[in-house]
Ligand binder design. Structure first.
Ligand code: AMP
Ligand code: GLY
Length: 423
């Protein structure tokens, strides 16, 4: 990519609401001429040309990007990053925003990430890594509860079990050991505090923060029920002020970026720290190598500046400064609408009705997650179906508007939490 080139052709990899939000934001840039999405979804298809290539098919994505002379590729999900999409694109001289396979191990290997944090003094829960089930079992018996048991490797949200009793902890070790044999088991201290998702963009040496956000992972109101992929988000997080932000940058993000570079794993992309704000300061629960879902859907509508300028600066690696990004005042809320049976057994194939004019009049944005076209009918294709996003002067106002927007969506069995962004 040349400096400040316009008429850019951009490829977004992925197919969820996070990728819809990325495409939506990229489409507002005067510098972008054409957007492709692989594979995309029906909402994305209104703003981009969707190409039927799976997000994990790296050779096909690279061929497509080379043939269409794509100027910039933006990766949404973790799987292609863990498979080395950035390595392959870079090898072919294709500009890509996202970390290499080794840098992405900060997400794809929890055991490696914990050991990395220990080496660099990055605050996180105390932990032990076990290579076999019996040793983990023995430790759990002696240590007692509460404890958190984590599987190494990407586990699509199934790899973390918070155990409140020794019996639960033993079941957790058994469950995690059975996910894939030979995989390391991480056992860590249970931390108490409020959770926050913190995002920074880095070019491998310098980093600047994006907005923080609060995810709502549990299925039911009041943060109870089973864990999900996220039932809603608000941005910025109510906990994050300028003081906490600079503390997180200096104690967590900057040492991580420097540590990765120093270990030959220079990291370019979005670094996502899932944090627990404990009485002794912010501690890392996990790192992710990408933007969060659903946090991104709340964050990007707050961004006033051109996302292409930011991404380009990170990819070109000439140093990032905070004037690259500007935020609108106030807050944003994202409400996830799920299908019947989610998260255990989501039902699919229900016809989705959207009153687009009503939603537009309300000023809300609809991002598609689990929808597809069946002939000309829009139907559900997954557990998390649509996201309704609104901005407002406060989190409360944004949430109230998003919930007004929810009324313009209708399908059999739909449900959502009703306390996102509400105190
Ligand atoms: P993770 O995938 O590591 O973010 O974990 C998923 C969820 O498990 C987090 O959002 C927390 O609610 C919880 N969790 C993970 N690690 C811990 C910990 N050390 N202490 C308390 N809760 C945790
Ligand atoms: N919001 C959780 C995640 O993206 O991993």
């Amino acid at each position: 990519m040349g400096v400040k080139r316009d008429n850019l052709r951009v490829l977004v990899v992925g197919q969820g609401a996070r990728e819809h939000a990325l495409v939506w934001k990229l489409a507002s840039s005067p510098r972008v001429a054409e957007i492709y999405a692989a594979p995309g979804n029906p909402g994305i298809a209104r703003l981009a040309s969707c190409v039927p290539i799976a997000a994990s098919d790296i050779p096909a994505l690279a061929r497509f990007a080379a043939e269409r002379r794509v100027d910039l590729t933006v990766v949404g999900p973790e799987v292609p990053l863990a498979l080395g999409i950035a390595d392959e694109f870079t090898r072919l001289g294709l500009a890509i925003f996202g970390p290499t396979r080794l840098a992405a191990e900060i997400e794809s290997s929890k055991a490696w990430a914990k050991e990395f944090m220990a080496r660099h003094g990055i605050p996180t829960a105390g932990y032990r890594v076990f290579r076999d089930e019996d040793a983990a079992m023995d430790f759990v018996r002696r240590h007692g509860a509460p404890l958190v048991v984590k599987a190494d490797g990407l586990a699509a949200g199934k790899g973390v079990i918070v155990a409140h009793t020794v019996e639960e902890a033993k079941d957790a070790v058994r469950a995690v050991a059975s996910l894939r044999s030979g995989r390391a088991i991480v056992v860590e201290d249970f931390l108490i505090g409020r959770e926050m998702s913190f995002f920074a963009v880095t070019d491998g040496e310098t980093a600047i923060p994006l907005l923080s956000a609060r995810d709502h992972k549990r299925a039911r109101d009041g943060d109870v029920g089973p864990n999900t992929g996220g039932m809603g988000a608000i941005a910025p997080s109510r906990e994050c002020d300028g003081f906490l932000e600079s503390r997180i940058m200096s104690e967590i993000i900057e040492p991580t970026v420097k540590g990765l570079a120093g270990e030959g794993r220079r990291y370019v992309g979005v670094l996502y720290a899932g944090l627990m704000l404990t009485s002794s300061g912010p501690k890392v629960l996990e790192f992710n190598a990408r933007l969060g879902d659903p946090e991104t859907q709340a964050i990007l509508p707050m961004m006033e500046s051109d996302i292409v300028d930011l991404i380009e600066a990170a990819v070109e690696g000439e140093g990032l400064s905070s004037d690259l990004v500007r935020w609108r005042p106030g807050a944003s809320a994202c409400v996830v609408i799920a299908s019947a049976g989610y998260p255990e057994r989501p039902r699919t194939g229900d016809e989705v009705h959207i009153d687009e004019a009503g939603a537009a009049a309300e000023g809300v944005i609809l991002f598609h997650a689990g929808t597809r076209f069946d002939d000309r009918r829009l139907v559900t294709s997954g557990g998390r179906v649509l996201n309704v996003v609104a901005t407002g002067a406060s989190g409360q106002e944004a949430a109230d508007r998003a919930y007004q927007g929810v009324r313009h969506v209708r399908f059999r069995g739909m449900w959502h939490r009703s306390d996102i962004g509400r105190r």
